[in-house]
Ligand binder design. Structure first.
Ligand code: PDD
Length: 280
């Protein structure tokens, strides 16, 4: 696999980052995951915009402008022959001279790394036909979840808690309300109304979320952006998650309790179809 690191395209074995990199020592970095469908980047513009915002919120410099970034994405898709899959991008504050909590001098070059993950069949995932199971866990992340940082230990632990409980993923709960999934946004459908948490610092502003809400409104669905509880979700007709890697993925079980008919609901399935049609 050919990867990109700090201005160079290299075989992955030759790509190197310093042990003093702030991403490694302090999780001082941001990332994006963009999907590829039919060799085409999905919503690159949305991801580039959110990346710029994440960088700005953390006072971090962009090592390349967004046109160059698009070109790097395209080059990697081509060099690795990606038809369906993902592109991971990470930017960190770079390598400091030593381990120091304070940010390094402003002229410290940031680190930028991109790699591809080929995932044939990503859009035709069997999980989309059966739906996934989630459990609820407490949301113990920091307060700026709107910034896409590489600080992903708690979401990783959440995934492991889900696996241990025989489920696929976890929905996180704060002050009685669902924030989001470990790596996706969370939705329920009740009496035809699509309900998902409003934007704020408590959740990541999903690029897939923005597109799905737009398509839902275009299809004349009622959309409510507000918090919902686990109890409300258990009583819902349908539930699903969205992310760049899952697109629209039905949720059929929550804390061991069946949602709706226990199979992907019609609205979730329709939104997945619309999303994939529009993005392909
Ligand atoms: N995760 N919420 C969280 C906490 C996420 O990590 C993600 C994305 C999303 C969905 O955002 P988007 O639709 O822009 O992918 C919501 C990526 C896919 C990941 O960490 O792999």
């Amino acid at each position: 696999r050919t990867v990109y690191v700090n201005g160079q395209y290299l075989p992955e074995e030759e790509a190197k980052v310093s042990i003093f990199d702030r991403g490694f020592l302090f999780a001082d970095g941001v990332y994006e995951v963009t999907s590829v469908l039919g060799g085409k980047l999905v919503d690159f513009g949305g991801h580039a915009k959110r990346l710029e915002r994440s960088l700005k919120e953390l006072d971090m410099a962009a090592p390349v402008d967004m046109d160059e970034l698009l070109e790097i994405h395209r080059q990697l898709v081509e060099k690795n022959g990606i038809d369906e899959g993902l592109i991971y991008l990470q930017i960190t504050r770079g390598a400091a001279a030593d381990r120091d909590f304070a940010f390094p001098p402003e002229d410290t070059p940031p680190t930028i790394v991109l790699f591809t993950q080929s995932k044939p069949g990503l859009a035709d995932s069997p999980a989309a036909r059966t739906g996934i199971k989630v459990i609820s866990i407490e949301d113990q992340r920091w307060g700026r979840r709107d910034i896409k940082t590489v600080q992903l230990l708690y979401p990783s632990m959440g995934k492991m808690m889900a696996k241990a409980a025989g489920a696929d993923d976890a929905w996180m709960v704060e002050d009685g309300f669902v924030t989001e999934g470990t790596s996706n946004n969370a939705y329920i459908i009740k009496n035809g109304t699509l309900i998902t948490r409003h934007l704020g610092n408590e959740i990541l502003h999903g690029i897939t979320r923005a597109a799905v809400l737009r398509f839902a409104r275009e299809a004349q669905m009622t959309v409510e952006e507000r918090p919902f509880t686990i109890d409300e979700a258990k009583e819902a007709d349908e539930a699903f998650i969205t992310s760049a890697s899952a697109f629209v993925m039905p949720v059929v079980e929550l804390d061991g309790q069946t949602i709706g008919a226990g199979a992907p609901g019609a609205v979730s399935a329709r939104l997945r179809e619309i999303y994939l049609d529009e993005m392909r």
